[in-house]
Design a protein. Structure first.
Length: 238
């Protein structure tokens, strides 16, 4: 019986990392189909953002970052932050309908926590189906969230503000738990981090810091902007 090899391959050594591009035929076919869908459903200036979002998604899974995420939990978290906080907003314009900000934020929070805690995360390293369930559900929930925020920002600015603040709060809580946890959440990385000069616990703290700083910066900026917009709107009505 052959040993299962994760989708992005075995954890690479630092010297091999830059050569580890993921050119899986199924992945490339899926990306090609997604590109055709973007081109089919958009035109003119409205096509620009979704195309950039598609290109970023492609880079996240084809580039060596995919292989790096097998060795470093911090690389996996960086991949997820780029997927949900950068690519998803660019792709959100493709949706014509979206749930309320509260529902979208709750769905995203549940999936973000589920896929980063020990049990489900371990399953993604043992099954391609689980691996793609993680990434597609995270991307889908993030696209729904950003589409909801885009559509509610003028109609329900306070609800939008609460959804963004709640999203930032739950990501901050998860990042704090990762940074200050006295134990390793993902034993898979006990040995994979050694060639990179760090312990699994240090890698986990770095992942939490990335989530706190990078994710927090984007969401805090949004909260500040929405708060200012809400205050100005109330002032104009007064």
């Amino acid at each position: 019986m052959t040993e299962y090899v994760p989708f992005c391959g075995t954890p690479p050594l630092p010297s091999d990392l830059l050569a580890r591009w993921t050119l899986d035929p199924v992945l490339l076919t899926g990306l090609a189909v997604a590109l055709i869908a973007v081109l089919w459903t958009t035109q003119g200036p409205a096509r620009r953002q979704p195309l950039i979002g598609w290109a970023l998604v492609a880079a996240l899974f084809v580039s060596p970052l995919c292989a790096a995420s097998m060795a470093l939990f911090s690389a996996r978290v960086a991949q997820h932050l780029l997927l949900t906080l950068v690519a998803a907003p660019l792709l959100s314009g493709l949706l014509r309908r979206a749930p309320s900000p509260a529902i979208a934020a709750a769905l995203f929070a549940v999936l973000f926590w589920v896929w980063h805690v020990p049990g489900p995360y371990a399953v993604t390293l043992q099954s391609d189906l689980a691996y793609w369930a993680m990434h597609l559900s995270l991307l889908g929930a993030a696209v729904l969230l950003w589409a909801s925020l885009r559509r509610s920002v003028t109609r329900a600015p306070f609800a939008t503000l609460l959804a963004v603040a709640a999203t930032g709060a739950q990501m901050t809580l998860l990042s704090v738990l990762l940074i200050f946890s006295p134990r390793v959440w993902h034993p898979w990385h006990d040995l994979t981090t050694v060639p990179y000069g760090m312990t699994a616990l240090g890698d986990q703290a770095l992942a939490g810091a990335l989530m706190w700083v990078a994710g927090g910066l984007i969401l805090v900026t949004l909260v500040a902007g929405l708060s200012l917009r809400l205050v100005r709107g109330e002032g104009l009505r007064a």
